[in-house]
Write a protein that binds this ligand. Structure first.
Ligand code: FEO
Length: 173
């Protein structure tokens, strides 16, 4: 059944990272719930969408493992952070999560590169590019929330995000 055997270190890193992506999905869902309870519907929707994207990211890795004859093992996910003093803390947490995710992606690529595992390297090219985008929106989010210094401007920003998600300005996967 295996079509392209996976070096053990690459297998370890891919399994670790796919569970990390699922954990990120859990984390974004918690942020979405927090935003919804604060009546920040635009942000709630944004983070719910982000949670879906993280599940898709895990799915890409799962598909890769299955295509190479390896069942992906799902692990117990830790409870995500759910309490935030303010929206800025949510944005900073999202940014920290994306920075950690970039390190995880890089670790998979490093293992694939060292093992000359070309299929996994090509898979990780997509993720490396994706992380550039993910870190960019996270940094923009932090900047914009920092710039919204009163309740009114935060509501405006929330409405702006809601409109973006409803229209053509929606962030692509
Ligand atoms: Fe799977 Fe937010 O990167």
């Amino acid at each position: 059944m295996p079509k392209s055997p996976l070096p053990p270190k690459v297998l370890f890193e891919l399994k670790r990272q796919l569970n990390h992506e699922l954990s990120a999905a859990h984390g974004y869902l918690a942020m979405s719930i927090w935003c919804a309870t604060q009546n920040l519907k635009g942000f709630a929707r944004f983070f719910a969408k982000q949670a879906g994207e993280e599940r898709e990211h895990a799915g890409k890795m799962i598909d890769h493992l299955v295509d190479r004859g390896v069942p992906a093992k799902l692990e117990t996910l830790p409870a995500p952070r759910q309490d935030f003093p303010a929206l800025l803390d949510v944005a900073l947490h999202a940014q920290a999560m994306e920075q950690a995710n970039t390190q995880g992606i890089n670790a998979v690529f490093t293992a694939a590169f060292a093992a000359k595992d070309y299929p996994a390297q090509v898979l990780m090219h997509w993720f490396i590019n994706e992380q550039v985008e993910e870190e960019a929106w996270a940094a923009e989010l932090v900047d914009r929330v920092k710039g919204a210094t009163c309740a009114g401007s935060l509501s405006d920003l929330d409405r702006h995000i809601e409109k973006l998600l409803a229209g053509d300005g929606e962030k692509e996967d």
